[in-house]
Design a protein around this ligand. Sequence first.
Ligand code: GLP
Length: 242
Amino acid sequence: MKIWIVKTPVEGANKGVAMIQQTLKDRHEQAVFGLATGGTPQTLYRLLSASQLDFSRCIAINLDEYVGLDQENPQSYAYYMNRYLFSKKPFQQTFIPNGMNRNATVETQRYDQILDRYPIDLQILGLGQNGHIGFNEPGTPFESTTHEVQLTESTIAANARFFAQSTDVPRSAYSMGIKSIMAAKQIVIMAYGKAKAAAVKKLVLGPVTTAVPASILQQHSNVTLIVDEAAADQIKKGKVEN
Ligand code: GLP
């Protein structure tokens, strides 16, 4: 795993832009990008939106979506992606799980077929405070494909800041599985701020365990972790405390 400790999230986002640019070049402008939501990638999307990069022949596949929120709902991840990126940078095609499809079997199979059809060249990830990636909560099997997730109280609390009140946060989501994330040819994971320091430590130094979904990234051959000083605090000290 390559680790870049940056001074600011803007510096980290600039590194992300450079990696995306390289992927576009390598793939002759026809890349498949796996995209994340949440607070972390917002700066990256702002920089991409302002850039000259051309995604018009690229595919975007998002990690996850809340069950029960439609794309007109400002808290849905579909709305987020349109707002922060797709309205400014058109892609040839974009995919996100359909949170309004209450038939989880149909929806998750549909999404797995999309993932089979478009292997991801570069996956962007954020990191949950409890070590989740996408919405793969602790305990999710590493072999998982797209599935419906019951969100943990810690994730609901962490994401409540985007909602009027915590009771508005949906209790479940559809998420790409860990196996699908690991299938990406390259992964960039970003984490900023001291609230992520413990999860970053387990991601980098902890045992590979389903209790910390992100720890599986230690076994991927092409991962770059971008962190600021605050998020890197506990890895710089070196030792894992259990
Ligand atoms: C959310 C999302 C993840 C995101 C993570 C961190 O629950 N499902 O994809 O990476 O939590 O979010 P943030 O970047 O806002 O800290």
